[in-house]
Ligand binder design. Structure first.
Ligand code: SME
Length: 157
């Protein structure tokens, strides 16, 4: 019997926590999180972080990802990633082609979810961007689990 989305997230969250136990290096934590999330779901086509550029605080710069070539920089307010960064809220897009200003890094992408990631002091650190080749692949279940998983980026033992 195939697993539900919730079961896959629960299992993946446990795996991420186990692999990252005691690891404090942020790059190691981001790369591992992306790898395990990307492998967990067949329809995760592009999975990665865009980081707030410390030199240009209103701009995102590409971080660790898996998938085809992503664009290097996204200004706040542009595309789905820029919208999530500007609002500080998760954005779910059922059909990226209908989203005004969507940045098409790869035409195969059909839907996406972008989750803001905050430092412990509450400032925005990055956004997690997951793209799917399937329309309307993401819903509140993805939002709940991806928000919980990414907020653990800074909680190394
Ligand atoms: N789709 C994103 C751009 C990044 S890529 O898809 C990797 C957006 O509009 O924010």
């Amino acid at each position: 019997m195939s697993q539900t989305k919730t079961e896959i997230y629960q299992e993946t969250a446990k795996e991420i926590a186990a692999v990252l136990d005691g690891e404090r290096n942020l790059t190691a934590r981001m790369v591992t999180m992306i790898c395990l999330l990307h492998q967990a779901f067949e329809d995760y086509f592009w999975t990665g972080f865009y980081l707030v550029d410390p030199e240009k605080p209103e701009e995102l710069v590409i971080g660790p990802y898996q998938g085809t070539l992503g664009c290097l920089r996204i200004p706040f307010g542009k595309g789905v990633c820029g919208a999530a960064a500007a609002s500080g809220e998760t954005v779910i897009v059922e059909d990226v082609h209908a989203f005004p200003g969507h940045i098409a890094c790869d035409a195969r992408s059909e839907s996406e979810i972008v989750v803001p990631v905050f430092r412990p002091d509450g400032t925005l650190f990055a956004v997690l961007d997951v793209d799917s080749t399937r329309l309307a692949a993401f819903d509140e279940t993805d939002k709940t689990h991806l928000e919980a998983i990414t907020q653990r980026l800074f909680s190394a033992a």
